[in-house]
Design a protein. Structure first.
Length: 114
């Protein structure tokens, strides 16, 4: 199953995880995007953007207009969300439209006592 892992990690931790996956080959079939803080993760992955991803999972390549129809939202607002998700590396943009090329999303972070 092609999975994207959204995680909270310091840059050095993210690099170490990448290096280990590269060395062992264990990252096959998955992608990993690291955020510096939980706040940045949730700023990027808002409730409306999460709903957009759920609607795009398995849909293949679609236009932004079609994506807006799927989530029953304004095209301009969806365009802004698509741009943010493309910039974060979660969505891909092609000549045919946009695509969420994953079958599953795994969000990984830990809340620790201060």
């Amino acid at each position: 199953m092609k999975t994207i892992i959204l995680e909270v990690a310091r840059p050095e931790e993210a690099f170490q995880a990448f290096a280990m996956a590269w060395k062992t080959g264990k990252a096959e079939g998955e992608a990993r995007i690291s955020f510096a803080s939980p706040e940045l993760l949730w700023k990027t992955l808002t409730e409306k953007r999460w709903n957009l991803l759920k609607s795009l999972a398995g849909a293949g390549k679609v236009s932004i207009r079609e994506a807006a129809r799927l989530v029953k939202r304004d095209v301009k607002a969806v365009h802004g969300d698509v741009t943010a998700l493309v910039n974060a590396g979660v969505l891909t943009r092609t000549e045919e439209g946009i695509e969420f090329p994953y079958e599953a999303v795994h969000v990984d972070f830990m809340l620790k006592a201060a």
